[in-house]
Write a protein that binds this ligand. Structure first.
Ligand code: ZN
Length: 498
């Protein structure tokens, strides 16, 4: 029986040492892990372990069902505080008295005993050379490592929305080591602020969470014709940007502007959970700045502002009747045709705002209606999405919709304001010049609008192709990591004329 907090696997418990090609992991359901002979699926095991690090000390979650293999984890002599930084880096099924054994390594762990070297093996997996075993390491982010290594390190800590804690802990711990940063923690958001006493302050923000993993962790490197790619969930959206932020936060101990580095949670889910929104609501003073850069993927170019988006629902009434006597009713679905024709005829504007051309759009996105195969529909609705340029306020957008759908009443189902690019400001011009990219408009809605709502001009600027975001094969080109780091470094270190 294993006991919390320290779990002891005696080396003598592990003697047989046959490497099994299978089994691999097929499913993790409730408290059971079922094994099959697909070795590739061991990656899923790695993710499962990462998701339950603090629970690994309880063998319950790792009891394996009908195959009769029990996963035991060697944690001998390890303090429980160390578990937060555990990462599984290597794993292999070892058949030994029906056990899958995992040994642990911890690296640069603050809790390592006196005199231990950087790498320290713990636990009781077999050390025989024929058996590599599986290894967990306690990982601490090294912010002085190169960007590819840093990106891989943060990518391999799974942080699907709602599960950002471990990565946030690691980010916080790593930044704590730098005296020029004041660290503030709010839930799973980490804020690091400099106090150089400069006359300008900028916010550089990125989210720590990703969309769900799709068999694309841990990360790996691919040599493509155009250069090295870091491949894996989150590399594009948007841990590449986070890696750049982390490196510069540590490196820039004497920037020409004060910087507020924001690493936030819950960007990929409902707006009500958004970590940046929470800070803006509860502690807007923490986001006070003259300019903000959101490091979402833009292919290392500048995307200014963002379009607003709103949705409305128009319901057309009709009158039910048997379809055999349709003249006694009034068909609500037919009644939608006038609304749809107005959308079809709508001339969506192209609008120039501060030198960027935004293209608006008015579209029906859903229709609802109909009762049965022999009933004239008594009611039908169409939901309409309007994407509007940043020269319009939400009120302007609604006024436009009232004009287009004159004669109809509608229900507002969603409204997110647009954000002006703010490129007419001096600080933004310096940014554009330092980064050396031609600004483009941002068509989608992003968190830059939250800055805009606080009166802070904001742009998107980050490595990786935004069209790869959320795809199973998302990746970040290594050279774009350098491009973005160099651009920001120039902007934040070039001496300003007095
Ligand atoms: Zn993102």
């Amino acid at each position: 029986m294993l006991h919390y907090p320290a779990v002891i696997i005696q080396p003598e418990d592990v003697h047989a040492c046959v490497v099994v090609v299978g089994p691999g992991l097929v499913a993790v359901q409730d408290d059971e892990i079922a094994l099959s002979n697909r070795a590739l699926e061991l990656d899923a095991l790695a993710r499962e372990l990462l998701g339950h690090l603090l629970e690994v000390v309880d063998e319950g979650i790792l009891a394996v069902g009908d195959v009769g293999v029990v996963l035991s984890v060697g944690l001998a002599g390890m303090k429980v505080e160390c578990l937060a930084g555990l990462a599984l880096v290597e794993h292999e099924v070892i058949e030994g008295r029906d056990r899958l054994d995992i040994s642990l390594e911890r690296r640069l762990c603050g809790h390592a005993p006196e005199g231990s070297c950087g790498r320290m093996q713990l636990g009781g997996a077999c050390r025989e050379s024929s058996c590599r075993g599986a290894r967990l390491i306690l990982m601490r982010l090294d912010l002085t490592s190169d960007l590819v290594a840093l990106l891989q390190a943060i990518t391999d800590v799974e942080s699907v929305s709602g599960n950002e804690r471990q990565l946030a802990d690691m980010v916080e711990e790593a930044l704590q080591g730098y005296g020029h940063l004041e660290i503030i923690r709010d839930g799973d958001c980490v804020i690091a602020r400099t106090h150089f006493g400069r006359d300008q302050r900028v916010v550089i923000a990125g989210h720590l969470d990703t969309v769900p993993v799709a068999n694309n962790l841990p990360s790996h490197l691919e040599e493509a014709p155009e250069g090295l790619h870091v491949v894996g969930r989150g590399t594009c959206d948007m841990k590449g940007g986070v890696a750049v932020q982390l490196q510069l936060a540590a490196e820039l101990t004497d920037a020409n502007r004060d910087v507020t580095w924001v690493f936030y949670d819950h960007e990929e889910v409902g707006a009500d959970l958004n970590g940046l929104g929470r800070i803006a609501e509860n502690s807007p003073e923490l986001l006070e700045a003259d300019f903000a850069v959101l490091m979402e993927p833009t292919d290392a170019t500048i995307e200014g502002g963002c379009q607003g988006t709103c949705r409305i629902l128009i319901t057309v009434p009709g009158k039910a009747a048997h379809s055999a006597r349709s003249w006694l009713g009034r068909n609500a679905i037919h009644g939608l045709s006038d609304v749809l024709n107005r959308i079809n005829d709508y001339d969506a504007r192209e609008v120039d705002v501060e030198g960027l051309t935004y293209r608006e759009g008015l579209n029906a996105i859903r229709v609802f209606g109909g009762v049965a195969g022999n009933v004239i529909p008594p009611s039908a609705s169409v939901e309409i999405n309007y994407r509007f340029a940043p020269d319009k306020s939400p009120d302007d957008a609604l006024a436009e919709l009232r004009r287009v759908f004159h004669g109809y009443s509608f229900e507002l189902t969603d409204m997110s304001p647009a954000a002006r690019p703010g490129l007419d400001r001096e600080i933004a011009k310096e940014f554009v010049e330092s980064v050396g990219a031609t600004p483009k408009p941002k068509y989608g809605w992003t968190d830059v609008a939250r800055f805009s709502a606080l009166g802070i001009p904001a742009v998107n600027y980050g490595p990786a192709d935004p069209s790869l975001a959320h795809t199973d094969n998302e990746y970040c080109p290594a050279d774009q990591l350098d491009t973005c780091a160099n651009g920001l470094r120039r902007w934040l270190t070039t001496k300003k004329e007095a």
